[in-house]
Design a binder for this molecule. Structure first.
Ligand SMILES: [Zn+2]
Length: 390
């Protein structure tokens, strides 16, 4: 990683060729065309509120420093890594797109005779340039070191920065675009905010089988995203084909992995949904305690009940044992958790509420213990977790 601190670049230099896209609300270019002010991985300009943007210009007019700005050098061009909001604000002012308030509270436009000196104000800019094959590691390192104002970039935003190019640009048009008519359909199964790259992250994870970096590295300079799109659409179409309806818990499952594991298997959608509904009923009855895994359990032919975190004792059994155990404990003046009762800690006499206890198999389920009342004892949550044989 090469870094260079520049203090000779002025507001005027950056504003040369500054172009503000009013429609999209973003500063596009500056510094005579060398600078991309809002690279694809950056958030939209959010200072356009007559307050934050005016404050930036006010600071400059009062000769206050506006802080460090970071550029990333990519080939012959530069991208703004941090400072986009500030640059766009003073750029809009200098090009007549932002009014400030004068001493009398009247809006004023940039006036060369009054504000011309502003253009000569030097900025403090760090320029960094990735070296080697792993620009991502370098940039990430760097992001951790510097104190970037506002929200830190998330994993996918960092990847977009590290592998910026025609592929990421084209992919974002589809997967990070809230106006895409498919977005609502996709978000039934993909969790998170598409504007913060959650859908793109998932699409990349699916198509690359988890090797997102390699995939981005291989496709970086290619603007054709057909492979990415087709794979994503196949997964969504497969889910829609196998499951007749949608449950909230289907959002955010590892569909890429499930697709790979099960898409070659034939399913009868009616039967599949019947089983899903039955297991949801078991979940309502607190027997199945992991609803999210119901889908994988059914897809896998119902051979891994551990996925469902089954609570083996029925609620009525648990309540009955609880009542019996608690009455006996109270009569003896000991805790209703038998393991607490034999201890010496403060809990030795504690009476737990029903919700503070879990059912435990006296003889473990794995050793053939059944789910009848005689094999059930209620333990406090801590002791039950310690036994861990639910
Ligand atoms: Zn206990």
């Amino acid at each position: 990683m090469k870094t260079e601190l520049r203090t000779d670049i002025t507001v005027g230099d950056i504003c040369k060729g500054f172009y503000y896209n009013t429609l999209e609300g973003k500063g596009v270019n500056g510094w005579g065309g060398k600078l991309v002010i809002q690279p694809e991985y950056q958030r939209n300009y959010i200072y356009e509120n007559g307050k934050d943007d005016v404050a930036v210009v006010d600071s400059l007019l009062k000769r206050y420093p506006i802080g460090l700005i970071y550029f990333l050098k990519v080939g012959e061009k530069y991208e703004v890594l941090d400072g986009q909001q500030r640059i766009t604000s003073f750029g809009r002012f200098v090009t007549g797109h932002l009014d400030i308030l004068d001493a009398n509270g009247m809006p004023r436009k940039f006036d060369p005779s009054l504000h011309g000196w502003l253009l000569k104000t030097p900025l403090t800019i760090y320029i960094c340039e990735g070296e080697g094959d792993d620009p991502e590691a370098e940039i990430k390192d760097w992001f951790r070191t510097i104190n970037i104002a506002g929200k830190p970039l998330n994993e996918q935003e960092l990847l977009n920065a590290a592998y910026s190019g025609p592929f990421v640009t084209a992919a974002k048009q589809v997967f990070s675009n809230s106006a895409n008519s498919n977005m609502q359909k996709w978000k039934r199964f993909v969790a998170g905010d598409e504007k913060r790259q959650a859908v793109l992250a998932e699409a990349l994870k699916w198509v690359s089988k988890g090797c997102v970096r390699d995939y981005l590295k291989d496709h970086r300079y290619n603007s054709d995203i057909t492979g990415l799109m087709l794979y994503f659409e196949s997964v969504i179409a497969w889910i829609d084909g196998v499951f007749k309806d949608v449950k909230d818990e289907m959002c955010g499952l590892e569909w890429g992995r499930l697709y790979e594991a099960y898409h070659a298997h034939p399913y009868d959608p009616d039967k599949v949904w019947e089983r899903v509904e039955a297991l949801y009923a078991d979940a309502d009855n607190e027997i199945v305690t992991n609803r999210r895994n119901i889908f994988e359990y059914v897809l896998g032919g119902e051979i891994h009940p551990e996925l469902l975190k089954i609570r083996m004792f029925k609620p009525e059994v648990r309540r009955k044992v609880y009542a019996k155990q608690t009455a006996a404990a109270k009569a003896k003046g000991v805790s209703n958790c038998p393991l607490c009762a034999v201890g010496h800690a403060a809990n030795a006499t504690r009476i737990y509420g029903f919700k503070e206890m879990d059912a435990d198999h006296v003889t473990a389920w794995s050793k053939g213990g059944d789910t009848s009342e005689v094999n059930c004892q209620m333990l406090c949550v801590t002791h039950n977790r310690a036994k861990g044989n639910r």
